[in-house]
Design a protein around this ligand. Structure first.
Ligand code: ZN
Ligand code: ZN
Length: 400
């Protein structure tokens, strides 16, 4: 009998044979339990090599240029974050990490996974699949692209904008990364891992309540060992100190939410006049200038998303503590939504990085981040860590 446990809610399932490329979803929590490979390994090779080829022109050539006070200025993906790093190393480093470091790590890890499979190297496969699972939530090329559009709308009142061919390679890079991000999973690589000495256990002798499905590679096995028999990942009945880690990062995020909103996030100097904006006053001035679309985008990404994330995670944790038995399916949907939406809060910081690289004309016109940007960066990081630390199986625990 081939059984497996849903790694999101721990429901015991009897595996149903499926046609190739069909997915199966858990009837209790709705999470995918069998995620069939969408791209063949050769297609994945081609896509990851294409992404790597596009990565360098997309990162190092100017995406757009502006004519500001008679001077031509350009911006690349990295120029804003590198300029920011000289005055605000944390904010600059965070933008650089999410828009340059993680996309490159993600592409290289896919190539390494495919190499490890062909060479039958389990340690290399474990390392590269672990990197994929860790970095994929932090790949924010899509957010940078939207931020670029927002920055263009903001800058158009000061300067004429011209787009360059490198922007096209950046858009293609985003399309390929988007396709890879939604279809690449560690479990698929391990499903394909078949060295001659390794045989999948055909039958599990222990009672069904004593089995566990490895979260990393998806292999079902007996619960009596510390590490997975196939991938060597640590086997955990529930993630270690999940609730404590979630609470700690959530409370930290809540504390930083106040300075993030009370202190100025950006400072614009125009003709010697200094204009400091908090997130909220920035949105208000966008409304005053009739830029309603951008005002709504910034308001949603910078105010609604972080607050909604914090409130939702508080609600999920309280329900776990109070052992509330009803509406678990809705709470699971909320948990998945919180994990998906989290990275969009980074948009304001990406917009600041782009603006910093473009508007730097001394006392006539200058743009710098304010101290609120550091606090806001910390809110983004800690809310994301908090959502990642919460083990969703705790939502479903019966606690009789
Ligand atoms: Zn489930
Ligand atoms: Zn495993």
């Amino acid at each position: 009998m081939h059984v497996l446990k849903c790694t999101s809610c721990d429901l015991l399932l009897h595996e149903i044979p499926l046609a190739p490329k069909h997915n199966a979803y858990c009837p209790q929590c709705g999470s995918p339990v069998i995620h069939r490979k969408f791209f063949s390994f050769s297609a994945e090779w081609a896509l990851s090599l294409a992404a790597l080829a596009l990565f360098f022109p997309a990162q190092y050539f100017a995406l757009l240029s502006i004519n500001l006070l008679g001077v031509n200025l350009t911006t690349t993906v990295t120029s804003g974050s590198l300029t920011l790093m000289s005055s605000y190393p944390f904010v600059g480093g965070l933008v650089l990490f999410c828009t340059t470091v993680t996309p490159l790590l993600f592409i290289l890890s896919i190539i390494a996974c495919n190499l490890a499979l062909s060479l039958k190297r389990p340690k290399m496969l474990f390392f590269s699949t672990s990197v994929i699972e860790k970095v994929k939530h932090w790949v924010m090329v899509d957010i940078f692209l939207v931020s670029l559009a927002v920055a263009c709308f903001k800058i158009q009142e000061y300067a004429i904008i011209t787009f360059t061919p490198a922007l096209i390679s950046f858009v293609f890079l985003q399309i390929i990364l988007g396709a890879l991000l939604s279809h690449v999973s560690a479990k698929n690589y391990w499903e394909a891992y078949r060295p001659s000495h390794f045989h999948l256990p055909q039958k599990i002798a222990t009672p069904l309540n004593q089995i566990l499905t490895c979260e990393h590679c998806g292999l079902t096995q007996e619960r009596d060992r510390q590490h997975c028999v196939r991938c060597n990942a640590k086997l955990e009945y529930r993630a270690f100190q999940s609730i404590q880690k979630t609470w700690a990062s959530l409370i930290t995020a809540l504390i930083f939410l106040f300075p993030a909103n009370l202190y100025s996030i950006s400072v614009l100097i125009s003709n010697g006049k200094k204009m400091e904006d908090t997130i909220f006053s920035g949105v208000a001035s966008l409304i005053k200038e009739d830029m309603y679309g951008i005002a709504i985008i910034i308001f949603t990404a910078s105010i609604i998303v972080p607050v909604a994330k914090i409130v939702s995670l508080f609600y999920l944790l309280i329900c776990i503590h109070l052992k509330i038995k009803t509406r678990k399916k809705e709470r699971m949907r909320l948990y998945r939504f919180v994990r998906w939406i989290g990275k969009w809060s980074m948009m304001d910081l990406c917009v600041i990085a782009i603006m910093v690289s473009l508007i730097e004309r001394g006392n006539l016109l200058d743009f710098t981040p304010g101290p609120g940007a550091i606090a806001f960066g910390l809110v983004v990081i800690f809310t994301m860590i908090s959502a990642e630390s919460l083990d969703s199986r705790l939502i479903w625990d019966k606690n009789e």
